[in-house]
Design a protein around this ligand. Structure first.
Ligand code: B4P
Length: 190
């Protein structure tokens, strides 16, 4: 089977992490989440984690330099040769251009960009529910709204970027986790 290389886009709380977990198990490819990698760095107290913590807690984006560095290192690992699903990366045009350059150098293009779309208020509710369960420092209402503003300003332009490359498929993220999972699979099969 040829490698499958997917970018998963969506605003905070759209269900990226949730759908990525199911999809990567289904496709047997690694799930690469820059959010998870950054949280692990914070937890471990590494220099990257120490720089990222305050930025993440405020709902802002960690610098392109740091994120491109950690994503690039992860994509160079052996298991990513069979494909990957990128969750939460790229999040800026600079990151998207860096990813394109990196994949060009590896002689490997992206196959698809899946973008989950959801209503803003539904997202706030989901993330506040997660706050009760997981207690993530960036899941409070003020920070959630800031993350949504940052998404609109910095990440939403990537929809156009991938549409222009004829890689974009938009999928409604509204409904149960299972309903969204079904839509994602149908989109990939089409
Ligand atoms: P992320 O970890 O990517 O956080 P996120 O946008 O909140 O998405 P997440 O995957 O966690 O949530 P999901 O939608 O699955 O990033 C965190 C921070 O790290 C960023 O704010 C930034 O500071 C930094 N960062 C990460 N990548 C970066 C980059 N490339 N550049 C710069 N900075 C970067 O799910 C949310 C909740 O909804 C879950 O509780 C889930 O159970 C629930 N849910 C999912 N689907 C549902 C459904 N269908 N119905 C009901 N609930 C659902």
């Amino acid at each position: 089977m040829s490698a499958t290389r997917i970018v998963l886009l969506g605003p905070p709380g759209a269900g990226k992490g949730t759908q990525a977990t199911a999809l990567t198990q289904h496709l047997s490819i690694p799930h690469i989440s820059t959010g998870d990698m950054l949280r692990a760095a914070v937890q471990a107290g590494t220099p990257v984690g120490m720089q990222a913590k305050a930025v993440m807690d405020a709902g802002e984006l960690v610098s392109d330099e740091i994120v491109i560095g950690i994503a690039g290192e992860r994509l160079a690992e052996d298991d990513a040769k069979k494909g990957f699903l990128l969750d939460g990366f790229p999040r800026t045009l600079a990151q998207a251009n860096a990813l394109e350059g990196l994949l060009n150098r590896l002689g490997a293009g992206l196959d698809r960009c899946l973008a989950l779309t959801v209503d803003n208020e539904a997202v706030v509710e989901r993330l506040l529910r997660r706050a009760e369960i997981e207690g993530r420092a960036d899941d409070n209402e003020g920070t959630i709204r800031e993350r949504m503003r940052v998404y609109d300003a910095e990440t939403a332009p990537l929809l156009e970027f991938y549409r222009n490359r004829e890689l974009l498929t938009e999928i409604s993220g509204t409904g149960s986790v299972e309903e969204v999972r079904q839509r994602v699979r149908e989109a990939l099969d089409s």
